[in-house]
Design a protein around this ligand. Structure first.
Ligand code: HXC
Length: 257
């Protein structure tokens, strides 16, 4: 498919993206992020794909933004090209994205995982925001998303010390939805993704949109927004099909409309 830094393959209804820059532990260069965005766009447009999984290697999900590519920038370079802004393109994808993390998810790697809708970790996964050790700060949502995931005190400790978080603690603190043996990571995550993809695509995307709005809205506004989206499901064929199938005691066949 012409990619240099990633491998894409469809597994049933799941679109898989494997970060594949082993010599640099999947360091997230502009080229790699550009390819991830391109692959996500194609999966978003592909009607056969119901959910997406992003994974890395056993040693590294991604060891951060590419330090060698970044280091020479001046402030004006970074500001004028709005460095890292292209990373946020992936948050516009409507289909759910699951990060399957084995090994290191550091700096931008941890931030990439947190931009996904959920994280499944292998038992040897290591998370952290070590930017402070490089004289910089998390630049792709780390200071904002980590606090929402694990709370202020723990987020502050990790970001200010640069210490790592192991998989067990990551689950205990709520950063990851589950921990599985490293060798089962991909198969378990694909199972989860396949289950999500077995539901109506439009309903899945409405759910994702409603849950994500909780990041941005007050409780009252969020509940109102949720209710409006709930009302809108009654304009879909899939609500009619889903409820009718229940009443007729059969399995639904989704139209994705
Ligand atoms: C560029 C990297 C890299 C990175 C590893 N490599 N991480 N290159 N950017 N982030 C390269 C190494 O230079 C080395 O290349 C090769 O990958 C293998 O790495 P080693 O260090 O030899 O492996 P190991 O000893 O096993 O140590 C693994 C590690 C370490 C603990 C993960 O690589 C490490 O600390 N990496 C940096 C982690 C980090 O600081 N991440 C945050 C980046 S800043 P050669 O050519 O020598 O073989 C960031 C800013 C975010 O993410 C801003 C928002 C995105």
């Amino acid at each position: 498919t012409g990619y240099q830094y990633i491998i894409t393959e469809k597994k049933g209804k799941v679109g898989l993206i494997t970060l594949n820059r082993p010599k640099a532990l999947n360091a997230l260069s502009d080229g790699l992020i550009g390819e991830v965005n391109q692959a996500l766009k194609l999966y978003q447009e592909d009607k056969e794909v119901g959910s997406i999984v992003i994974t890395g290697s056993e040693k590294a999900f991604a060891a951060g933004a590419d330090i060698k590519e970044m280091e020479k920038n001046s402030f004006s370079d970074a500001y004028m090209k709005d460095m890292l802004s292209q990373w946020h393109d992936m948050t516009k994808v409507r289909k759910p994205i699951i990060a399957a993390v084995n090994g290191y998810a550091l700096g931008g790697g941890c931030e990439l995982a947190m931009m996904c809708d959920m994280i499944v970790a292998g038992d040897k996964a290591i998370f952290g925001q070590p930017e402070i050790k490089l004289g910089t700060i998390p630049g792709c949502g780390g200071t904002q998303r980590l606090i929402r995931a694990i709370g202020k005190s723990k987020a502050m400790e990790l970001i200010l010390t640069g210490n790592n978080l192991n998989a067990v603690d990551a689950e205990r603190f709520g950063l990851v939805s589950r921990v599985v043996p490293a060798e089962d990571l991909l198969s378990e995550t694909l199972k989860l993704a396949e289950k999500i993809a077995s539901h109506s695509q439009i309903t899945v995307s409405l759910c994702k949109e409603a849950v994500n709005s909780a990041y941005e809205l007050s409780l009252q506004e969020g509940i109102k927004f949720e209710r409006r989206l709930f009302h809108s499901t009654f304009a879909t064929l899939d609500q009619k099909e889903g409820m009718n199938a229940f009443v007729e005691k059969r399995n639904p066949t989704w139209n994705n409309k």
